[in-house]
Ligand binder design. Sequence first.
Ligand code: FA5
Length: 350
Amino acid sequence: MTQVMETMQLEFSEKLSAIDNSKALNELRVEYLGKKGKVTGLMKEMKNLSNEERPAYGQKVNELRNTIEGQIAELEAELSKKALEEKLAAETIDVTLPGRTLEIGGSNPIDRIVEDIEDFFIGLGYEIKEGYEVEQDYYNFEALNLPKSHPARDMQDSFYISEDILLRTHTSPVQARTLEAQKGEGPVKIICPGKVYRRDSDDATHSHQFTQIEGLVVDKNIRLSDLKGTLELFAKEIFGSEREVRLRPSYFPFTEPSVEVDISCFKCKGSGCNVCKQTGWIEILGAGMVHPNVLEMAGFDSKEYSGFAFGMGPDRVAMLKYGIEDIRHLYTNDLRFIDQFIPTEDGGEQ
Ligand code: FA5
């Protein structure tokens, strides 16, 4: 090698020894071996040499280029091995780290109560039926013995979509539809859970949208005592085995006789407290014997068939059962409220 080449080689080796990443290595490669690089520059010198000098010079430059290329390749291999090792070290899984737990959601207390009530009635052989939230005036009122302009329509003020279409005010239209579909043939044994709507002003116990569960049994020889027995079993299942049921006379246009159903207070056991407003009893639903007009309008012979129906508000049942003081908590999706109903592993609540 010439003196120039030796100096270049030394200078290159020195620079190479300071390099610790592939970007810098590439820059060095370009500096020496690129088109305008230092070694390439030496090649270009050949044209100034005589024919005799050229072969020896050419060989020396080639040697220099091979050496430099070899050194670069060596460092390149070293750097990529180091990069791989670093990557592997960084990606190592630390099995001692505690796992990340998934947050489990809870179901709304209304859904739970509805499921409990459904389970109970399914156990007694009832079928679940669902109707329409957007309903015809005919099924919501007329087929239930509430012709247009009947004063009792005021008991359930509604949201109308057109003169004959409205958001249903109760789940009772499912009764009317189911009876009609039976074409006068019993038995019928259904419960109908679902959302209903009323133009009530929202307060602690009223919501413009709430949930109801309707029950209907129609067959030959169905009596008021069958209704009472069914509701007694229901109250014991949902509110505890010591509960008693009391029927009070009431009025619904679609039942005759009509009753309000109270259960003995599960908190004070009848002695009087804030839950039962010191009466010892809690009102849970409206019910009665299906009015003969309703049976006849749906095509049933009311002399042959009779039945009972009831309609309850699971929102209020959930409020009583879980001690919720404001119905609006059930609908505002505040996680601080809902999270209290997340089941724990032992089957309780958080
Ligand atoms: C009815 O809706 C009747 N369809 C029930 C019925 C069915 C009677 C079959 C006879 C035979 P009522 O308007 O009382 O009845 O409502 C029933 C239940 O819905 C009430 O006991 C109450 O728990 C609930 N409820 C009524 N209005 C509201 C409201 N604005 N917010 C929350 N719950 C309500």
